[in-house]
Design a protein around this ligand. Structure first.
Ligand SMILES: Cc1cc2nc3c(=O)[nH]c(=O)nc-3n(C[C@H](O)[C@H](O)[C@H](O)COP(=O)(O)OP(=O)(O)OC[C@H]3O[C@@H](n4cnc5c(N)ncnc54)[C@H](O)[C@@H]3O)c2cc1C
Ligand code: SF4
Ligand code: SF4
Length: 625
């Protein structure tokens, strides 16, 4: 690599050391499930330890959790969930008074037609659109949308809940810390796992007081080393510790992490006269591009969470989530509900969508993987929170069993307890059904939808095949993507003009291809920068290294597509000199989209890209997403 990894710079530094029994990386739903289950069983009702710490004899096990974001609940999700695992852990969840929670009410799946005429639709889809238009008098059709009269059961969330990830996580965090048996430290990114002889022995926290490259600068404070018998890795789909373990231990045979999506959402105050009731759940597909799925969930007090997912199989070199989200909101079916609304909050994050096929080794000597980074998210049912929580709770039960039996956290013991519980659970059963359910999308949207229906209805026995490609394999050059719509010479001129001004080219290219300019209203339709300031409240403390790095500048110089610039959710990556982009840490929302959206392979590993996404501080400051 041409640029040094900050970790390597300071490897030789003498570091403070802390010993614990269990250390957790990240506080998302997976770790919340783990700590919720564990924390309640570490002490007896009289306060005496139910199991004893190895590092502080006479006390219960010392459990620490480090979260990267500046506070608990700054994560991003939908969320509608069946809440099966959540209800098992929190039986009175419906009456717990969690802010923004509502029971699931009316559910609709809508096929959105293209009222703009700019969407890239296959001839098959155009035929389907013509059919819908011709028979709209006989169909449940309104405002350019077809309300699917029947949807398979696997898509439903009846009996479930609409939640705000931020509010739920703050609530759970308080419950967990109130037990007094667990400490959660936000604003404290874990830089890496400490690995000795293929055994994970703990984690290293991020260095402070360093320059952009990670070299010690004024006020240098080396990150502490936390040694623990068990490291629980729940750092999500793009977590640096998960990435490190994938590299070090490899993935099981035939497993890969090639499917992903960028999810972006707004939290909106709906107009006062909104007809939408709390608990309403709308799911959409078909617009602004056929590949893009959308969601709108209604919380109490006229607040809605709404957004889109831009999936890996949308082969566009300008797949900007923010711009597409605005076009989606303005679809006539949705705009009649949203017009007059006001942006409260904004957030974005990537989802690991390889599911069971992206599952890493679930456990090894001294460590276990839980949550989305461990392949728990189910793409067939569109559910990740409940699954992540369930895997955390399963690990907690396994850990308690091992602690009580005084058995060490070896690979063998963790597999016999944690992995076995997971294999025997509904998480595994449903993950198997979902495993190849979306392969059809590799060959087109219609094939994908049929494949999903087949897999869902047959429990995964029937699927339409398709080969997931590595992210960099599927990005066509800009000229090819716009062929037939914009002459190649003009595509290059638009791109070069934009890059000379230091801005991305997607807006100019999309508008030239027929997408209308967005007329900002200062309330809901706001510029990307305003969304960062008003909705995301993005912040980054000083004295940390850049966590996004262009580690193979030669690849960037050769790269004509600059997908990282086009897709960046925070406009933190901009065109740079000599073809190597610039990164502005203060605008980064840590969504991880750049890790997937790179048009070049890493020369060292074809499963990875030419950009590095490492541990970092700051990001979104909103607990509503
Ligand atoms: C827009 C959007 C909508 C969604 N909608 C739904 C929905 O409706 N229903 C549903 O069930 N699922 C939904 N999901 C998916 C769901 O949010 C995820 O599956 C779920 O959050 C995974 O939980 P997790 O704990 O495994 O990981 P995460 O939620 O990603 O949590 C990982 C945590 O680790 C932290 N972390 C990362 N790196 C480090 C580090 N180095 N040091 C310390 N901490 C670190 C992160 O900050 C984060 O808090 C949605 C996702 C998105 C983005
Ligand atoms: S990071 Fe990837 S997409 Fe961005 S310029 Fe470099 S090679 Fe191109
Ligand atoms: S630079 Fe930051 S905001 Fe931009 S895509 Fe990467 S992680 Fe997301």
């Amino acid at each position: 690599m041409s640029e040094s990894n900050p970790d390597q710079v300071s490897l030789a530094t003498e570091r403070p050391r802390l010993d614990a029994d269990i250390v957790c990386v990240g506080f998302g739903p997976a770790t919340a499930g783990f700590l919720s289950t564990l924390s309640k069983q570490l002490v007896h009702p009289d306060g005496t330890p139910a199991v004893e710490s190895a590092v502080a004899p006479g006390l219960p096990p010392q459990v620490l959790c480090y979260e990267r974001a500046d506070d608990i609940g700054f994560g991003v999700s939908g969320v509608v969930t069946r809440a099966r695992a959540l209800r098992t852990s929190i039986p009175d969840i419906d009456r717990a008074g969690i802010p923004m929670a509502a029971p699931v009410g009316e559910e609709k799946v809508l096929y959105l037609l293209d009222p703009v005429g700019a969407s890239r639709r296959s001839s098959l889809l155009r035929l389907a659109d013509k059919f819908v238009h011709a028979f709209k008098w006989a169909l449940p059709f309104e405002h350019d949308a077809l309300n699917l009269p029947w949807t398979p059961g696997f898509l439903h969330k009846q009996g479930g809940m609409v939640l705000s990830m931020g509010q739920f996580m703050q609530w759970v965090g308080a419950q967990v810390q109130n037990t007094g048996t667990v400490q959660i430290w936000p604003g404290t990114p874990v830089s890496r796992a400490l690995i000795e002889d293929n055994k994970v022995v703990g984690v290293r926290l991020l260095d402070q007081g360093v320059d952009k490259q990670g070299a010690p600068a004024g006020g240098f404070t080396p990150g502490m080393d936390i040694y623990a018998a068990l490291t629980v890795v729940g750092d999500g789909p793009v977590g640096p510790v998960g990435q490190q373990l994938d590299e070090h231990f490899g993935l099981p045979e035939n497993h890969h992490k090639r499917d992903w999506a960028v999810g972006m959402k707004f939290v909106v105050d709906l107009p006062e006269d909104t007809p939408l009731k709390p608990g309403t759940v709308l799911h959409t597909f078909g617009f602004p591009e056929p590949e893009i799925f959308g969601f709108l969930y209604v919380h109490p007090d006229r607040v809605a969470s709404l957004g889109i997912f831009v999936p890996s199989w949308f082969d566009s070199p300008v797949r900007t989530t923010y711009r597409y989200l605005q076009h989606w909101m303005m679809h006539p079916y949705l705009w009649r509900f949203l017009k007059g609304g006001k942006l409260r909050s904004w957030g974005t994050k990537t989802l690991g969508e390889s599911g069971r096929r992206g599952e890493p080794h679930l456990a090894g000597d001294g460590y276990a993987r839980i949550g989305e980074g461990s392949g728990s998210t189910n793409v067939l049912t569109g559910s990740g929170v409940d699954e992540a929580w369930a895997t955390g709770a399963q690990l907690a039960e396994a850990v308690l069993e091992l602690l009580k039996a005084k058995k060490p956290f070896t690979k063998e013991n963790l597999e016999a307890t944690y992995a076995q519980r997971r294999r025997a659970s509904w998480v595994e059963q449903e993950a198997r059904a979902a495993e190849r359910s979306r392969d059809g999308f590799q060959r087109g949207v219609v094939t994908g939808l049929i494949g999903m229906a087949l897999a869902g209805l047959s429990g995964g026995r029937l699927v339409l095949p398709g080969k997931p490609l590595r992210p960099w394999e599927r990005i066509p050059p800009l000229e090819d993507y716009f062929r037939g719509r914009i002459p190649p010479g003009e595509v290059r001129k638009i791109r070069d003009d934009c890059y000379a001004r230091g801005v991305s080219a997607h807006a100019a290219l999309m508008e030239r291809a027929g997408w209308p300019a967005i007329r900002y209203d200062g309330q809901l339709l706001v510029s990307h920068q305003d969304a960062l300031l008003v909705g995301g409240k993005v912040q980054a403390p000083h004295g940390y290294a850049d966590h996004v790095a262009f580690v193979f500048p030669n690849e960037c110089q050769r790269c004509g597509t600059k997908l990282c610039v086009e897709v960046c959710s925070g406009q933190a990556i901009t065109p740079g000199e000599n073809g190597v982009p610039n990164f502005d840490r203060e605008k980064c929302v840590h969504c991880g989209a750049c890790l997937w959206n790179c048009a070049s392979a890493s020369p060292e590993n074809p499963e990875r890209m030419a950009v590095a996404f490492r541990a970092g501080t700051g990001g979104l400051h909103s607990a509503e997403n």
